[in-house]
Design a protein around this ligand. Structure first.
Ligand code: ADP
Length: 387
C-alpha cells in the first residue's frame, strides 16, 4: 500500500532514473530512429480518434457509436504511450508512463469486451452493397406491383366497358318491345318490362361506378387543380337535387393542388352527393365544406346534418359494395366512398369520418401538398419525393 501511495506522490518525479539517452548505449541514428518513429506513431494515433469523432458527429445515428468511442480512446492512449517513450529520452517519467499504460490496458480490455459483445450485432449490420441490393430489389418489387396493379385496373376497366354495350342492347330492345307491342301486352307484361328496365338502369349505374373506381388514381399526369372551381362545377351539376331538397351548400375558400382533376372531383362529388342523399326526412340538408392548411398537408371537411353513421361502421363504409341501407331506402351502389378511399390512399393521404346518428356526419380528407404516388416512385426510380 505504501508503494502505491509513494507512486502517486512521486508521479511526476523523474530523479530516480537517468534520461533514456544515458541509459545503455545509443547512437544518434538509433536514438532518433526510435524518437521519430514514436512521434510519427503518436501523430497518427492522435489523428485516428479525431477522424472517428468527426465521423460520429457528421454521420448522425451511426450504429454502435459506443464501440467507436471506446476504440477512439484506446487508440488515443496507445498514442500517448508512444509520445512518452519519445519524451523519456530527455524526461524519464517512468511513473506517468506506467499510469498511462495501465489506463491503456483497461480501455483495451473494455474495447475487446465491447467488440465481443457487439460482434453479432455488427455482423448483422448491412453494408452499403447489401443496402443497394435491397434497394434495387424493393424498387423492382414496386415496379412489378405497379405493373400488376395497372393490369388489374385495365382488366376492370375493359370488363366494365365491354359490359356497357350488351346492356345498352337490352335496354334498347326492352324500350322497343314496349313501344311496338305495348297495346298487345297485358299489365303484368308491362310491369315485367318496367322491372327489367329499372334493373338494367341499376346495372348501368353500377358499371359506371365500377368504371370510375377502376379509373381513379391511375393517371399520374398531374395538373394544377383549383378546388373552388371543382366544387362550383359539382354544385352546378347537382342543381336539380339541391333545388328539389332546398339544400344549402356552404363552401369555404379552398386551395389549389397539383393532382389529377377527375380524381379530386370524384372524391368531393361523392362526399357532397352523399350529404344530399343521406338526409333526414323533413330536415333541410345543410352541407359545409372547409379546408385547413396544416403545413405539409391540407385537411378538408365535408359536414352534413343528415342521418349520421354509427361509429361501428366507420371503417365498413369505405369498403367496396358495403352499404348500410337497403336499395329501397336510399339508392346507391356502395362504390362511392371506396372510390374516395382509393384516390386518397394512392395520394398518400387519409380519409375518415366522425358522426352522430340522427345529427349528421363530418367526413375528413387529408391530402399532402406534394402528392407523390407509388407509381411516381416506380417511374422515377427515386425513393425520395421530388418537389
Ligand atoms: P352508396 O352511397 O352508393 O351506397 P357509398 O360508398 O357512397 O355508397 O357509401 C357507403 C354507405 O355509407 C352508404 O350506403 C351509406 O349507408 C353510408 N353513408 C355514406 N355517406 C353517408 C352520409 N353522409 N351520411 C350517412 N350515411 C352515409
Amino acid at each position: 500500500m505504501n508503494e502505491v501511495i509513494e507512486f502517486f506522490q512521486q508521479l511526476a518525479n523523474v530523479n530516480d532514473w537517468p534520461p533514456r539517452w544515458y541509459c545503455g548505449r545509443w547512437t544518434d541514428f538509433h536514438g532518433w530512429l526510435y524518437i521519430v518513429s514514436d512521434l510519427t506513431i503518436w501523430l497518427a494515433y492522435m489523428a485516428i480518434p479525431l477522424i472517428l469523432i468527426r465521423f460520429i458527429l457528421v454521420k448522425k445515428g451511426v450504429p454502435l457509436s459506443g464501440v467507436f468511442v471506446l476504440f477512439g480512446a484506446f487508440i488515443l492512449l496507445c498514442g500517448l504511450t508512444h509520445l512518452l517513450d519519445a519524451i523519456m529520452f530527455w524526461w524519464p517519467a517512468y511513473r506517468i508512463n506506467a499510469l498511462i499504460r495501465f489506463c491503456t490496458a483497461m480501455v483495451s480490455i473494455a474495447t475487446v469486451l465491447a467488440l465481443i459483445r457487439y460482434f453479432d450485432e455488427a455482423v448483422g449490420l448491412r453494408t452499403s452493397k447489401e443496402y443497394d441490393r435491397e434497394l434495387s430489389f424493393r424498387q423492382q418489387a414496386m415496379q412489378e406491383l405497379t405493373r400488376s396493379n395497372e393490369e388489374l385496373q385495365q382488366f376492370a376497366y375493359i370488363a366494365s366497358h365491354d359490359l356497357q354495350s350488351p346492356l345498352k342492347t337490352i335496354v334498347n330492345y326492352l324500350t322497343l318491345l314496349e313501344s311496338k307491342h305495348g297495346e298487345k301486352l297485358d299489365t303484368d307484361a308491362v310491369r315485367l318490362i318496367n322491372v327489367s328496365t329499372a334493373a338494367a338502369e341499376r346495372m348501368r349505374v353500377l358499371i359506371n361506378d365500377l368504371l370510375d373506381f377502376s379509373r381513379v388514381g391511375t393517371d399520374i399526369d398531374f395538373q394544377t387543380v383549383d378546388l373552388n372551381e371543382v366544387l362550383a362545377e359539382i354544385l352546378e351539376e347537382h342543381q336539380t337535387e339541391i333545388r328539389s331538397t332546398g339544400a344549402s351548400v356552404d363552401v369555404g375558400p379552398l386551395p389549389t393542388i397539383r393532382a389529377h382533376r377527375t380524381d379530386l372531383k370524384q372524391v368531393f362529388q361523392n362526399l357532397v352527393t352523399n350529404g344530399l342523399k343521406y338526409r333526414r326526412a323533413d330536415v333541410v340538408p345543410h352541407i359545409r365544406i372547409r379546408a385547413t392548411d396544416e403545413g405539409s398537408q391540407y385537411r378538408f371537411t365535408v359536414s352534413d346534418n343528415g342521418i349520421g353513421i354509427d361509429s361501428k361502421y366507420y371503417d365498413r363504409v369505405f369498403q367496396i359494395f358495403q352499404r348500410l341501407h337497403g336499395r329501397n331506402e336510399y339508392p346507391g351502389t356502395g362504390i362511392g366512398l371506396a372510390t374516395c378511399k382509393k384516390v386518397i390512399d394512392i395520394y398518400g393521404g387519409q380519409i375518415g369520418l366522425n358522426s352522430t346518428v340522427g345529427v349528421g356526419s363530418t367526413f375528413y380528407v387529408v391530402i399532402p401538398k406534394v402528392i407523390k404516388t407509388s407509381q411516381h416512385y416506380a417511374q422515377t426510380h427515386s425513393l425520395y419525393p421530388v418537389n
